[in-house]
Design a protein around this ligand. Sequence first.
Ligand code: NCD
Ligand code: ZN
Length: 362
Amino acid sequence: MIRLPGLIDPHVHLREPGATHKEDFDSGTASALAGGVTMVLAMPNTKPPVFDEETLRVALDAGRQKARCDYAQFIGAGPGNAAEAARLAPQTAGLKMYLDSTFGELRLDDMTLWMEHFAKWPGITPIVTHSESRSMAAALLMAQMYDKPIHIAHISLKEEILLIRAAREKGIKVTCEVCPHHLFLADGAIPLTSAGNCCEDGLPDGRSQVRPRLATPQDAQALWENLDAIDCFATDHAPHTLAEKDSPTPPPGFPGVETMLPLLYTAVKEGRLTLEQLLEKSVTNPRKIFKLPEQAETWVDFDETDTYEIHASELHSRCGWTPYENWKVTGRVRRVVLRGQEAYRDGNVLAAPGYGKNIREN
Ligand code: NCD
Ligand code: ZN
């Protein structure tokens, strides 16, 4: 057994308000604890989206009543809310800007709207962008023009990581995150690691849909090769029910907050990653980038020898499926202690709804 610090996941979708049949603050944070994650940053593409004082209050009320692990809530960049978002900044995890198509209604097409947000956001916490390929390049230009820190969510392409590396060398304040699925899966959800030997045929089309799309093995390889330039691991935990994923109009997104640590630890065992890198990218760096407090008396007892198969039936998300069904991984979360209290042990989440703290509230 080894003792790890509680992980921080800077990118989860808890679906509250508006889609609690997929997930809510309760089930999503239970799934986090079972995955050794003790702090999550929640995305604003809810229904309605979190983009002003009223909707932020609705999300934070839900968190106060239901969260089992610690959390903070992002505010979304919409048309016409730049001043209000900037005023609310201290109460949020950061500002999220959707510059490319994905699930939800927050996409900003007009670049003059991006400019307003970049000009007004206080910049103590970064502007997080969902920006792929060329829109990522445009977002980097804005970060430089307005001298604001930018955090690129879920990078997936070789050209993206190479551009981020070059931009950083030129002094642009850019950080980035990568999701396990862009490291371990190629287009069609074809496994790129022996942990997924069970499942070489990939997944049916609806289930394999995610944004950014799963890329080529060469893109994934470039992410592995440039791991030193990737600041954070983030799950982009994006639960949709199996019925929705198998419908004629499957929404994009994978659950992932509970499977990240075993998948990454399996990569440690395979020599693709060091444990130091794992902890730097899932604890130290997210804490620094998003100005998150340390969690006192918080740790994960992790059995680093247990080899087992992942099954959705044993996971805690409400969505009821995982893209890693039957994958064989090594490393199991046995016990989680959060701020001095036992929060999880051997399959049971013990922290009650409401135990989780909004870390932006004094
Ligand atoms: C996310 C969702 O379902 O909310 N889907 C996804 O494919 N990643 C939206 C997002 O993060 O882009
Ligand atoms: Zn997301």
